[in-house]
Design a protein around this ligand. Structure first.
Ligand code: IMJ
Length: 255
């Protein structure tokens, strides 16, 4: 599905990352991969992780800093020319904001979560477009979660940030549509990634999905990755501005 397509995967950390599951799916489907990760100190770990993807290279990038995005896309343009797709797999909130009641979210914590998790997509799209890095028919995909529209214990300010991300997807899809560029999100079911570590009662959330979701099971990063591959591929050519749930159907249930 992604033969000859060059795909940038932003936000890989370890083998449990959704970005890694997506990379496996994209690679199996013929994509050539480029990665970004946070923190130069993680370089050797990430390089080892992506060594199974032939020809893949990794660049550090803090997507909440516009100048780092500019450097990244300048480098990509120089080394590869234009690209065909981007996966945005980036989110962060301060731990105290996921532990305390939402009402206590500080102004700084609120803007940090929105900066890193939502605005970074807007900046990524704009800077990639302005530097002419995106092929016509390029597809941009972001990851989101059910907590954007429903209250889940502890999701708090991340829910607000995901709501901003999903709404940004619609406005970005409108702005980039005339250039043939699509913007969509995949809403993944809960998965034990590093981003779920330390979240209290996470196991009981996984149990509820197993019990209540139509498919009666949780999802894997590779399954979410397959939904990402579909959105990155020409099979979804007519789809833009949408949120597609890869969640065993959990989100359709009323009770
Ligand atoms: C995160 C918090 C609370 C409930 C949660 C999650 N549920 C799920 C997640 C039910 C599925 C994971 N998720 C969808 C996220 O978007 C996580 C984002 C996140 C996680 C952390 C943990 C460590 C930290 N900051 C974080 N920022 C964002 O310091």
């Amino acid at each position: 599905m992604l033969k000859e397509k060059r795909i940038l995967i932003m936000g890989i950390r370890n083998k449990w990352s959704i970005a890694y599951g997506a990379a496996k799916s994209a690679y199996k489907n013929g994509a050539k991969l480029i990665f970004t990760f946070m923190g130069e100190e993680n370089r050797s770990k990430v390089e080892e992780l992506i060594s199974e993807f032939e020809g893949a290279k990794a660049y550090t990038c803090d997507a909440s800093i516009d100048t780092e995005l500019e450097e990244l896309f300048k480098t990509i343009k120089k080394e590869y020319g234009k690209i065909d797709g981007i996966l945005h797999s980036i989110a962060h909130a301060n731990t105290e904001d996921l532990r305390n009641d939402f009402i206590n979210t500080s102004k700084e914590g609120f803007s940090h979560a929105n900066d890193v998790s939502a605005y970074s997509l807007v900046a990524t799209c704009r800077i990639a477009r302005d530097l002419d890095v995106l092929n016509e028919n390029a597809s941009i995909v972001a990851l989101t979660y059910y907590g954007s529209t429903k209250v889940l214990p502890g999701y708090n300010v991340m829910g607000v940030a995901k709501a901003a991300l999903e709404c940004s997807i619609r406005y970005l899809a409108d702005n980039l549509g005339p250039a043939g560029i699509r913007v969509n999100a995949i809403s993944a079911g809960p998965i034990k990634t590093l981003s779920a570590k330390g979240i209290k009662d996470f196991n009981s959330i996984l149990d509820v999905v197993e019990e209540k979701a139509p498919l009666r099971r949780n999802v894997t990063t590779e399954e979410v990755g397959n939904a990402v591959t579909f959105m990155l591929s020409d099979m979804s050519r007519a789809v833009t501005g949408q949120v597609l749930f890869a969640d065993s159907g959990y989100s359709i249930m009323g009770i």
